[in-house]
Design a protein around this ligand. Structure first.
Ligand code: UDP
Ligand code: MG
Length: 307
């Protein structure tokens, strides 16, 4: 009998945990040929999610939980769940029913057809916040122009991975994993399926704007060095422009032509000052990534787990 591990990161999801588990269990009731385990990763919740998980685990042997020592973020919670999963396939999904558990059956069916990765593409329900829909669309357009892996618009961390893929991912020591990119980057045979994301079952989005921007940045810097190339091209471009300008300045000296230009001077200084800071910042982001990686601290810390 094959086992499926369902990995669910939870950050302050006390009001969702039980409902999500019941739904998943219900789905597996109709998939009698498979055993399942649900691994909840409590990402430093402060709302009683921990108690909720202990209670649920005491009542159901299929419930496993991992408790982080603090909030490490969604991506690392997923990574921890995958590191500890024992199934022949691992399904990751959110703890808010925006990823419909009913899709699990279809995912397993595609996996049985021989696909190693079954990933999902979301279209937002009309009710979803306009900002979220637009920013997500823009982001995927942008990341696909700039990075070396193709990440489809509407990608989310709702996917099935075969054991062989999970083993590969578990051996990747990335302190800031971006799983939407990594799972495309590893290759294997992949299949997309589609769904519409509903509203959250309960509670509010746990992705603050800050967390969203950080994830977006990680996505770009993990799979591309193009921002650095762009800096070099810009440098060459403006250096070439200055070569055109220098003869003009010399000419004005020779013929004693007075050039007035306070405004243009200030604009040039401000513009290039800004541009240099931006480029320094881009360099800094990559150096920061090297720093994080070389310190070699564990990517996440587990306080407690029940298996
Ligand atoms: N999450 C987490 N740690 C965080 C933020 C979010 O584990 O720091 C979990 C959250 O509990 C949920 C999933 O990641 O299961 C996706 O978050 P959310 O639904 O808030 O994001 P959205 O769907 O709004 O993009
Ligand atoms: Mg959600």
């Amino acid at each position: 009998m094959k086992t499926i591990s369902v990995v669910i990161p939870a950050y302050n999801e006390a009001s969702n945990i039980e409902a999500v588990f019941c739904k998943v269990r219900h789905v597996f009731d109709s998939l009698a040929d498979y055993a399942f385990e649900v691994i909840f990763v409590n990402d430093g919740s402060s709302d009683g999610s921990g108690h909720m998980l202990q209670k649920l685990a005491a009542e159901n042997t299929a419930v496993k939980y991992i408790e982080f020592s603090r909030n490490f973020g969604h991506q690392l919670a997923l990574k921890a769940g995958m590191d500890h999963a024992s199934g022949d396939a691992v399904i990751s999904m959110d703890c808010d029913m925006q990823h419909p558990p009913e899709m699990i059956g279809q995912m397993i069916a595609e996996w049985e057809q021989g696909y190693d990765i079954v990933f999902t593409l979301r279209s937002y329900a009309k009710k979803a916040p306009r900002f979220k829909r637009c920013s997500s669309r823009f982001y995927y357009k942008f990341i696909n122009t700039i990075s070396d892996v193709k990440i489809e618009e509407g990608s989310a961390d709702f996917r099935l991975l075969d054991r062989s893929v999970v083993n590969v991912l578990n051996n990747i020591e990335d302190k800031e994993p971006f799983l939407r990119g990594l799972t495309r980057w590893v290759g294997f045979s992949q299949k997309a399926i589609y769904y519409t994301a509903d509203e959250r079952f309960s509670g509010e989005s746990k992705y603050s704007l800050k967390k969203m921007l950080r994830l977006a940045m990680t996505g770009i810097t993990s799979f591309s060095t193009k921002p650095l190339h762009i800096a070099v091209y810009l440098g060459f471009f403006f250096a070439a422009m200055s070569l055109l300008y220098i003869p003009y300045v010399i000419w004005s000296f020779v013929y004693d032509v007075e050039i007035s230009g306070w405004a243009s001077l200030i604009m040039t200084i401000v513009f290039f000052g800004g541009l240099q800071l931006v480029i320094l910042g881009i360099l800094g982001i990559y150096i920061g990534k090297i720093f994080k990686q070389t310190k070699n601290r564990p990517a996440y810390i587990i306080k407690n787990k029940n298996f």
